[in-house]
Design a protein around this ligand. Structure first.
Ligand SMILES: [Zn+2]
Length: 165
């Protein structure tokens, strides 16, 4: 009997779920389906700059799985861009686990609402010195995987596990 698939933890689902080439009627377009977990792997590695190891931690899967999911996602994006195909983002093996974000300047905490750019700055003071304070497994880490400025210990939020990623 096959094992049930492991769900991959994603920070959110995208607001925009359909991309199509301009000026081509939809009926003439091939449409690819990019799974939400494939997009999450691309987001974490290609956009946020995380290593496969860190991305695997964030998604709660092995490094091999992240590598596989990432390659599949990249191939679809490349196929769509080169071949002029539409991309629909839907499906996949995932569960949504919103990340908790924290501002280093004013210590405000807020949940990441979706995969958009609202992760980039503090809603209270506007500082962009923010960290992902709690992801899956209660880990802290800076978006982008960049090392924190100085010692981050003792700078975790009250709802955070306080573990540096
Ligand atoms: Zn702030």
């Amino acid at each position: 009997m096959p094992r049930p698939p492991i769900e991959r933890s994603v920070a959110g689902v995208p607001r925009i779920t359909l991309f199509k080439p301009a000026g081509v009627p939809a009926r003439e377009l091939d449409r690819l389906r990019l799974a939400v977990d494939e997009l999450e792997a691309i987001r974490l590695v290609d956009l946020e700059g995380l290593s496969h190891e860190r991305a695997a931690e964030a998604m709660g899967v092995s490094r091999q799985t992240v590598g596989r999911v990432l390659e599949r996602g990249r191939a679809k994006v490349a196929d769509a861009l080169v071949g002029g195909k539409a991309i629909e983002i839907s499906g996949g093996q995932y569960r949504v686990e919103p990340r908790q974000l924290r501002c280093f300047a004013c210590r405000e905490e807020w949940p990441m609402r979706d995969m958009g750019s609202d992760a980039a700055s503090c809603p209270r003071c506007g500082s962009d010195d923010v960290t992902v304070c709690r992801g899956p497994q209660g880990r802290c880490g800076r978006p982008g995987g960049a090392p924190g400025r100085g010692r981050d210990q003792g700078n975790h939020g009250p709802r955070c596990g306080g573990i540096d990623a």
